[in-house]
Design a protein around this ligand. Structure first.
Ligand code: ZN
Length: 326
C-alpha cells in the first residue's frame, strides 16, 4: 500500500520514490494547562487559536511556577523577604538551585527523528542509495508523503518535532533532533538509528504521517520486531518500546482526539520488521504515523497549525509518561 512504509514505500506510490507515576508535578502542570480531551474536543468543533496558542512554547517559567503549588524554592524566596540584600541574593540562588532538579525530565535524553527531510526532493540519487537496515539493505531515505493539495510530510514532521522538543526541554529533558531541515538530505535510516544509540537515549521517536488509502484515517504506532542476526540485536528494546507505544495510545489520543488507525496494524499498533530505524536501534524506539495525509479528514488536521500544536503536546506527554513511569 502506498506510503505505509515510512522508509520505503512498497509500491512506489505516494511515499515516493521516492512515544505517574512519579506524579511529576511539573509536567502535570503542563498537562493541566491544556486538558487534553477538552482541547481536542474544542479543536474538533472548529475552535482555532485562543487557548492553545500559549501551549506550543512551554517555557521553564511555565513549568516551574505552577499555580498554587508551594515548592521549596518558593519558600526560600519568601523567607528572604526583609533580610539584607546579600542574604536575599543567596536565598534566590539557593532557590534557583532547588528548582533545577525539580524539572520532571531532568537527566533524560530524548531523540526525536522528524521523518524525511525538506531537502530530500533535491537529492533523489543520494536518498536512493542503499544502506544497512538490520540484515538487509534499503534506501537511505525517501521523500515522504503529501496531502492531495501538496502539503508535504517533511514539513509536518519537522514542525511537530520542533514543538515537541520545546515542550520536552521545558520539562528538563535533553532533546536531540536527527535532522532540523538544514542537512543536505536524510540522514539515512541507519544514521537516524545511530543518533539515538550514540546519545543513549531514554526514548526515541520517529515522527511520520502516512500516505495510505484515502478511506483510511487515524494514528498508528509502529513497534520493533525482534531482530537478532550478525548485523543487529534489538532484543533489549522490544519490551520498553512496547510500553512507549502504549503511552501514545493513551496520551497522544487524549490530547489530539485522533482515532487509532482504521487501516494500519491492530488497535493502533503495527509491529514492523522492515524499518532500519527500529531494527538498528539499541534504545527504546517507536515510529508514529500521526495521520493519513491522503485522507480528507486527516489532511485537514495535518495542515492545521492548531492541530500540529496538539500533536506536539500529545507526543511530549506520551514520552514524558513513559519516562516518568515507575
Ligand atoms: Zn514518512
Amino acid at each position: 500500500m502506498a506510503g505505509r512504509d515510512p522508509e520505503w514505500p512498497s509500491d512506489g506510490g505516494a511515499e515516493r520514490r521516492s512515544v505517574s507515576r512519579r506524579r511529576f508535578v511539573g509536567f502535570a502542570l503542563l498537562a493541566g494547562l491544556v486538558p487534553g480531551g477538552a482541547a481536542a474536543a474544542e479543536w474538533l468543533r472548529g475552535h482555532r487559536g485562543g487557548p492553545h496558542a500559549p501551549l506550543a512554547s512551554g517555557r521553564p517559567a511555565d513549568t516551574t511556577r505552577p499555580a498554587g503549588t508551594a515548592r521549596p524554592a518558593d519558600t526560600a524566596q519568601a523567607s528572604g523577604a526583609g533580610q539584607p540584600a546579600g542574604t536575599v541574593h543567596q536565598a534566590k540562588a539557593q532557590a534557583a538551585e532547588a528548582r533545577a532538579p525539580a524539572l520532571p525530565l531532568a537527566g533524560k535524553v530524548v531523540v526525536i527523528d522528524p521523518g524525511h527531510n525538506p531537502n530530500n526532493p533535491q537529492h533523489v540519487a543520494e536518498i536512493d542509495s542503499l544502506v544497512q537496515a538490520g540484515g538487509f539493505l534499503k534506501a537511505c531515505d525517501t521523500v515522504g508523503a503529501e496531502t492531495d493539495a501538496g502539503y508535504p510530510e517533511f514539513d509536518f514532521t519537522l514542525d511537530v518535532a520542533r514543538q515537541a522538543r520545546a515542550i520536552l526541554r521545558a520539562a528538563g529533558a535533553k532533546v536531540i533532533l536527527t535532522q532540523n531541515g538544514r542537512t543536505v538530505y536524510g540522514p539515512c535510516v541507519d544514521v537516524r538509528a545511530a543518533i539515538g544509540n550514540r546519545a543513549h537515549a531514554d526514548a526515541a521517536l520517529s515522527i511520520h504521517a502516512d500516505g495510505g488509502p484515502p478511506d483510511g484515517y487515524g494514528f498508528a504506532m509502529l513497534v520493533p520486531v525482534l531482530i537478532q542476526n550478525g548485523v543487529t540485536d534489538n532484543s533489549a528494546i522490544i519490551e520498553p518500546s512496547s510500553r512507549l507505544a502504549d503511552a501514545f495510545l493513551t496520551h497522544f489520543a487524549a490530547v489530539t482526539g485522533q482515532n487509532r488507525s482504521t487501516y494500519l496494524g491492530v488497535n493502533g499498533i503495527q509491529p514492523r520488521s522492515d524499518l532500519g530505524g527500529l531494527n538498528l536501534s539499541t534504545v527504546p524506539k517507536v515510529f508514529i504515523e500521526c495521520a493519513n495525509m491522503r485522507n480528507a479528514q486527516d489532511a485537514v488536521k495535518v495542515t492545521s497549525p492548531a492541530w500540529r500544536q496538539l500533536a506536539a503536546r500529545g507526543i511530549a506527554e506520551s514520552i514524558s509518561a513513559f519516562l516518568t513511569a515507575a
